[in-house]
Write a protein of this length. Structure first.
Length: 343
């Protein structure tokens, strides 16, 4: 697995630049970057709408960024690589502008099975016809996995270098030489240092993205947040809880299939009631035991946490049942991968 190349630290006797000096260095570098959106920066009367792809290697914070930009959780997150497996669209409408964000799977280079070929196809399809690309990396770091994603990006589409997790960088002075190196790798339109967990950074990011949206009618209603169905969101929520509660024990190839998703009229104060049946698919009997846990405690907790989150997300009373089934080698079987909902 490639190691992360952190910006080198200065020798002990090297003078560290002051914060003002670092800011000046960054400002000077940013002035050298092309400004691809200058023609539209003043804005124009009427609506703006555009497609913005969020890309990067696994675990750089793409889904966290997506949820923050949309203003509600629609893309699942966990520490496990390849948590996001589908092209997920989230919308944010403010003023005259509608942002259509696309969260993509992290481009996978470690395993060449049918599942990963499907995921990588999704990434490549998402970056082909968009108005703006957010290339997400960890601030101050760049390795072979990042480079493989960068190589997919078209030079014809404006791309922002999003240096995420800036709050984890101890020395801001290290960012300037790293930025200069990144500028040599690709003609980025702009550099956006940020933390996806910082509300001010998210507001600033929306302002930057807005300049790149073409003038055209909105594609969605102003109150829509995603084009994905509630059934899909239920499946993703189960999978998130599965990964969060099994940690690194369970291989990433485990998946979730929704067998039943039925809506009924609510009772009392509840607007509606949802009855959901889900199957967790694993590749080995040992993985099944892992998911079920001692006396069924783990799968009960997966079910409880899923129910609580779905009730909040879907504004409904939720009843959910879960089973675990073993399907050996499904991730290498292209027909089975498609049958489980992957493109």
């Amino acid at each position: 697995m490639p190691t992360k190349n952190k910006a080198s630290s200065p020798a002990p006797d090297t003078e560290v630049p002051h914060e003002q000096d670092v800011d000046s260095m960054l400002a000077g570098l940013l002035k050298t970057m092309p400004r691809l959106a200058e023609a539209g920066e003043q804005g124009a009367p009427g609506q703006r709408c555009g497609l913005v792809a969020i890309v990067g290697k696994p675990n750089v914070g793409k889904s966290t960024l997506m949820n923050a930009l949309v203003g509600q959780k629609i893309s699942i997150t966990s520490r496990k690589a390849q948590t996001t497996r589908h092209r997920i669209t989230g919308m944010h409408t403010r003023g005259a502008s509608q942002f259509v964000f696309v969260d993509t799977p992290g481009f996978q280079t470690r395993h060449n099975n049918a599942l990963n070929r499907s995921l990588n196809k999704t990434v490549m399809g998402a970056v082909g016809d968009v108005d703006l690309i957010l290339f997400v990396v960890e601030a101050g770091m760049f390795n072979q996995a990042d480079a493989k994603v960068l190589a997919l990006l078209s030079k014809e589409v404006p791309t922002l270098l999003v240096a995420n997790k800036l709050d984890q960088v101890n020395r801001r002075a290290d960012i300037a030489p790293w930025l200069q190196e990144m500028h040599q790798r690709h003609a980025f339109a702009e550099f956006v240092p940020m933390s996806a967990k910082n509300a001010k950074d998210i507001e600033r990011m929306l302002g930057i993205c807005e300049k790149y949206l073409p003038e055209q009618a909105w594609w969605y209603a102003a109150d829509e947040l995603t084009d994905r169905s509630e059934k899909f969101l239920a499946s993703e929520t189960v999978r998130e809880k599965l990964f969060r509660l099994t940690g690194d024990e369970l291989p990433y190839t485990s998946t979730v299939v929704i067998d039943k998703f039925e809506e009924e009229a609510g009772r009392g104060k509840q607007k509606r009631l949802l009855r959901i049946a889900a199957t967790i698919v694993v590749e080995r009997d040992g993985h099944k035991a892992m998911v079920i846990g001692d006396k069924g405690e783990r799968i009960k907790r997966i079910g409880t946490e899923t129910r609580v989150e779905l009730e909040k997300l879907l504004d409904a009373k939720v009843f959910i049942e879960m089973w675990v089934k073993v399907r050996s080698g499904w991730a290498d079987d292209e027909a089975r991968v498609r049958s489980f909902g992957y493109e």
